[in-house]
Ligand binder design. Sequence first.
Ligand code: SF4
Ligand code: FES
Length: 258
Amino acid sequence: MNLTLRVWRQKSASAPGGLVTYEARDISTDMSFLEMLDVVNETLLARGEEPIAFDHDCREGICGACGVVIDGTPHGPRRATTTCQLHMRSFKDGDTITIEPWRAKALPVIRDLIVDRTAFDKIIQAGGFISAPTGSAPEGNAIPVPKESADQAMDAAACIGCAACVAACPNASAMLFTAAKVSHLGTLPQGQPERRERVLSMVAAMDEAGFGNCTNHGECEAACPKEISLEFIARLNRDFIASSLTERPRSKHSDAPG
Ligand code: SF4
Ligand code: FES
């Protein structure tokens, strides 16, 4: 296939950016989207031009590093598919494809298609842990976990922290990500000691990072490559209200969830 790409180029967070047009020639339908960008970058390097900067690590849909907006949709046209697992057979010969970075104040562009996701790290640091006694590993079956709780925790733990939910939300809200991380530990017996403090601290960190409010558009769930359910946001809201009556967060207090 031969394609025309319109790619967002931006040298740094403070530099102005803009869309630049490139031709992608002889692209196999079996290539992944990132492999297609690799081919374009080889052409740019051969011409002595700066390659397109994009983030990636696992290329297996598990690390969350690779997200870009493809023709206006985070991670592109295929449902439940990360950019690295999107294949060029989803496009047609002669297509023009527009590729942009996530757009959110809390996720500033570092260069071209790469954004700074430190704000997500801060939310995790605020509550993504449980207290556990040090020493030898505990017996695996010492704490029985109800099947329903285990299933819920696994569903929430599927979140890879890619931030497509933020990019898709008209308010740039991080509620789906935060809800997944709060629920992942909050549904398990091991996560109960910090359950109330965790939700307050993670919501406070989310608000402090500058993410927008959730107004129930549902775009986050539609864009999520791991199909994290909006039900986790409802769960976060219930936990937040209950916790607000009994606990205070360790970081700056927030009055209401994102
Ligand atoms: S909730 Fe989905 S879209 Fe948001 S960070 Fe997690 S995996 Fe990515
Ligand atoms: S590169 Fe790891 S999820 Fe895409």
